[in-house]
Design a protein around this ligand. Sequence first.
Ligand SMILES: [Zn+2]
Length: 498
Amino acid sequence: MVSLPIRRRAAAYGRIISFQHMKTTPFLLATLLLAPGFAASVDEQTRALSRDILKELIEINTTDSSGSTTAAAEAMRVRLLAAGFAPEDVKLLGPNERKGNLVVRFRSARPGGPKPILIIAHLDVVEARRADWTTDPFRLVEQDGYFYGRGTQDMKGADAIMVTTLIRFARERYRPDRDIILALTADEEGGTFNGVDWLLKHHRDLVDADFALNPDSGGVTTERGRPLDVEVESTEKLYADFELKATNPGGHSSLPVPDNAIYHVADALARLERSPFPFELNAVTREYFGSLAKVESPENAADMRAMLAEPPDQAAIGRLQRVAQFNALVRTTCVATRLDAGHANNALPQSARATVNCRILPGHSAEEVRLELVRIAADPPVSVSYINEATGERLGSAPLGKSFPPVAPRADVLAPLERLAGQYWHGAPVVPDMETGASDSKYTIAAGIPSFGFSALAIDRDDVRAHGKDERLRVSSYYDGVDFYYHYLKALTGSAAH
Ligand SMILES: [Zn+2]
């Protein structure tokens, strides 16, 4: 995940979900408070295999500064070939030596069946310094019921789950009704060689699919191991940065004039703050609020239902949007994130610049938002340019591309997930969600491949350590994920798992 992990957002509304409103008998309460670890029924051999793969991945440095995703991709390639995959079905490809991607195809028994399922999972991790950590971030350490290491949460845990699952399928000669493609990729966290983008541009045939699963987002939010909800990312907002800029001749600060670059930009930002983008729901956020209303406090539930009504209740929207998470789900947001102005304490500013970061609802383009910012910043004129994410270049216009308008989550993807979630994370509702940050699904969605995010990892809402120090994953949560994906992929590919 690049920006805001989904579970951190869960923490934001966690205060609002009030389980104390649910009528619980003492017995049920005792069951709920009983600790973590729900289903993990994986056999010893599978546990050992999945642990070995996780250890190998964690211990290969895949950071942008000094690591290599090629090394990790090659290690997985060796394992898959040993498990019986044909060399032509395990391809290591990339734009250069250090940014390799692995594309694995597990073949169907029925050529001409449904289009493949694509699973995308990034191999790279965020930087981690030994001095900052309690343990070595590039060693897998098992301690107190947790696996510690950079990438345990984001997302070598899920990478290892996927490789383990394909190796199990190969060993038991499982024959799915459609191909399963796994793409292990570079540069999701940073760097300029994003593997999903590169594969779609250069090897579309290798990764073309009916839909994609991206275990980099979604997942199970828990509290001390107790599941609260099961989130499936079904669409995401579009990321865009803009620069608001004013320039002046400047001059001696003892002789101020009204035409002042700092005041012009500050005025434009103040107007931006008072000009929220319009309220708008889509198929996914409607479903999300509808599901959430079932477990919310009576007040919030009533507001959510009133917001979903036609026409939506404005007072209810007003109350709900005080929660940053809810506000971000119902509109495009643009917020000032940086300021840079002036050149001396005793001089009038010759220029002032502000960076405004926008998260754009599906169905709208960055250029549409830029034109709205131009309107907001119009008087006196402050220029609005689009900042190219890769190069930092300031451009007079923004891309016209829109995120695909979300469709209601597909029943063929959700139904088996719901059934299995009932077994692994009893009672926690499955909630389709819109990512307010961004993941590699932005590339698959933009390429017209419907994409769903579900990690199958249960993480306590106050234990989100992705990108941070002492990143860790509960051991039982990992093995539950191993077990879950084995059954889920079977259910998706036409075989009853039980
Ligand atoms: Zn990630």
